[in-house]
Design a protein around this ligand. Structure first.
Ligand code: AMP
Length: 487
């Protein structure tokens, strides 16, 4: 799978990849079987352990650091090893863009301690996982104050613009998935990268590996994946939408919107077409029948045919069906969001407040990103603006979080890959202003429905200009590894 990349980038066998890879907790199902996310299974497999036979597959992270179940120790050790071997690093990456940016943020918070470890050749005492500690100590080798000085100099500069190029100067590309909902991270990645290309190589899921990108150096917006016909039996449900509708201004993360969901629902009962019968420029929902027993399973991804590799169709990932918010591996749909908001707003009812409108967006301007809900409130019986009670509003934030699904709660509690949920209360009439804006952009007044998720920066500015109170969840939501989850 990785060999094809070497047709496009020379000399990758002359160094190492700094790939930040992590395992997630395993669970025992009621039937006594071990269940774990697909990548955890792969990292624990012999295939992964024995990958070094291929000189293109040499990583800076020792396997012990990848297999460490404490994600903080794992992250620290992998970054430290990456810094120590900086001269050998030819490519850097993680599976998803969100995970890579989390690592950069972690580095921002920990580079001083890492430099001290390099200077003294002593791994911090809080790295207690014995195999991790041993593996990192071996890589640290002798005290290296020149390297520590150099890293301190680069990391100590005021701006971290281009930091990846500065710390790992031989890096030829950053390998992270930046298509679909991960596209929201491209500007931040470009800021840190210093012009290094972003490469999305694969399109895969826990259920099935789908395809690869045969032009890894293409711009993120031009990336297409060629489905590998031997991975599963692929079928396609046609999506009755044209391109213009897909690029509406007011849209959700991953380019989904209410109309889209309704359009998709009309497709129930439609006939699928086979891989050989898909047509250029047409949109389809992917359906797979896998070797492991899924029969005509609707993956939930909408794809567009962009071309053919020989006779195999190539697809652009358009969006996920019915996902409105996503920061990391979480996928919150409109129904989950509605349910959570409905329950949380009950806390305000005894105080005489009503939530008259709401919408949301995934704020990724800081790392980790977080969900933002805009709420317009009204006092029952009059139009006075309510006095907001901080404690109750914070409870509303926590209640929404408690009611989101277990992947969201795991990202919040275990992985720290999502920050505390925020509610921004807006002035009376704000959602009318939002409607005026949508109408000015071409929405029909008759059929206007408040978008439950906003992506347009202009629309977010309109809402932000009318914010009268901002509240954050003060509690980390409950999560325990009792359910089967992915990635
Ligand atoms: P999971 O169910 O957690 O294994 O996630 C699989 C889903 O992640 C896919 O069905 C897609 O929605 C998304 N995904 C995986 N690879 C890509 C990619 N290269 N570009 C966009 N989305 C992707």
């Amino acid at each position: 799978m990785c060999i094809y990349k070497f047709r496009y980038v020379d000399g990758l066998d002359q160094g190492k990849g700094m790939y930040l890879l992590f395992i997630k907790p395993e669970i025992i199902t009621p039937a006594g079987l071990t269940a774990r996310p697909v990548l955890t299974s792969y990292y624990k497999s012999n295939n992964f352990r024995n990958r070094n036979f291929n000189r293109f597959n040499i990583y800076t992270s020792p396997d012990e650091t990848i297999l460490c179940s404490d994600s903080k120790q794992s992250m620290y050790c992998q970054l430290l090893c990456g810094l120590v071997q900086r001269d050998e690093v030819l490519r850097v990456g993680a599976v998803f863009a969100s995970a890579f940016l989390r690592a950069i943020k972690f580095l921002e918070e920990n580079w001083r301690e890492m430099c001290s470890n390099i200077r003294t050749s002593h791994v911090s005492d809080w790295i207690t996982d014995p195999s991790c500690r041993n593996a990192v100590s071996l890589i640290l080798g002798k005290p290296n104050s020149d390297l520590a000085d150099l890293i301190e100099y680069e990391c100590g500069s005021k701006s971290w613009e281009g930091i990846i190029k500065k710390l790992w100067p031989r890096t030829k590309y950053i390998e992270v998935i930046v298509t679909g909902s991960m596209a929201q991270y491209i500007p931040t990645l470009e800021f840190y990268s210093g012009g290094i290309p972003l490469v999305s190589t694969m399109y895969a899921s826990s259920e099935c590996y789908f395809g690869i990108n045969f032009k890894p150096l293409s711009k993120p917006s031009d990336v297409s994946y060629t489905l590998l016909p031997n991975m599963a039996y692929f079928e396609f449900l046609p999506v009755e939408k044209n391109r213009e509708e897909m690029s509406e201004k007011i849209q959700c993360n991953g380019v989904s919107d209410q109309n889209c969901i309704q359009e998709e629902d009309k497709r129930e009962g439609m006939q699928t077409v086979d891989l050989v019968d898909v047509k250029l420029g047409h949109y389809y929902e992917l359906v797979v029948t896998t070797f492991t027993g899924l029969y005509r399973y609707r993956v939930g991804d909408i794809l567009m045919v962009t071309g053919f590799h020989n006779k195999t169709p190539q697809f652009r990932f358009v969006h996920r069906r019915n996902v409105v918010l996503s920061i990391d591996t979480d996928k919150t749909n409109e129904e989950d969001l509605l349910n959570a908001v409905t329950q949380a707003k009950r806390l305000l009812e005894p105080l005489g407040f009503l939530v008259t409108e709401y919408t949301s967006y995934a704020d990724t301007s800081s790392i980790p990103g977080h969900y933002v809900l805009f709420w317009e409130l009204k006092m029952r019986g009059n139009n006075d603006f309510p006095e907001l009670d901080h404690t109750i509003m914070e409870q509303c934030c926590s209640t929404v979080e408690e009611l989101l699904d277990s992947v969201y709660r795991r990202c919040r509690k275990k992985d720290n890959s999502i920050g505390p949920l925020e509610i921004r209360v807006v002035k009376h009439g704000t959602f009318d202003a939002l409607m005026d804006f949508c109408v000015s952009q071409g929405s029909s007044v008759n059929q206007y429905k408040t978008p439950r998720c906003i992506k347009s920066e202009e629309a977010i500015k309109i809402l932000d200009a009318k914010v009268v109170g901002r509240f954050f969840s003060k509690n980390v939501p409950f999560w325990e590894p009792f359910r089967i989850e992915t990635k």
